[in-house]
Ligand binder design. Structure first.
Ligand SMILES: [Zn+2]
Ligand SMILES: [Zn+2]
Length: 132
């Protein structure tokens, strides 16, 4: 006659291994689920970015929104091209109003990871324009 209790002992039951396996499976499951439901959007400008940024700059009357900006008004036609539309969260495809900030090129260059703007011709052009 087979003794069930004895068989169970022989087969063994490693609780820790079972828990490890379950947690591995569930984390794998959630990783896959994340990838399926939340594909990371590519960090590129949307097709209609020109229109969106133009509209946003009109909304703020071509004013630089940096609090400490010394020359906030870029509404004259000559200055408009030096007003940029910055993405607060750095994601170029997040074009919700709350994520946009109009910044003159001088203020824009002060944002993290934007120092390269200081090497553009527009940067020095604008600097000499407002200092003249
Ligand atoms: Zn920016
Ligand atoms: Zn500014």
């Amino acid at each position: 006659m087979v003794n069930l209790d004895e068989n169970l002992i022989i087969i063994g039951f490693d609780e820790q291994l079972l828990m490890d396996t379950l947690s591995f499976l569930s984390s794998t499951f959630y990783t896959i689920l994340d990838e399926l439901t939340l594909p990371p959007p590519p960090n590129i400008y949307p097709k209609d970015w020109d229109k969106i940024s133009q509209k946003y700059k009109e909304q703020v009357n071509w004013q630089c929104e940096a609090i400490d900006c010394k020359h906030r008004d870029l509404s004259s036609l000559q200055l408009r091209k030096y007003l940029h539309c910055h993405h607060i969260d750095m994601k170029k495809n997040n074009t919700r109003n709350y994520n946009l900030k109009a910044l003159c090129i001088l203020c824009h260059a002060k944002e993290p990871n934007h120092a390269h703007l200081k090497n553009t011709p527009n940067y020095s052009e604008y600097k000499s324009l407002i200092n003249s």
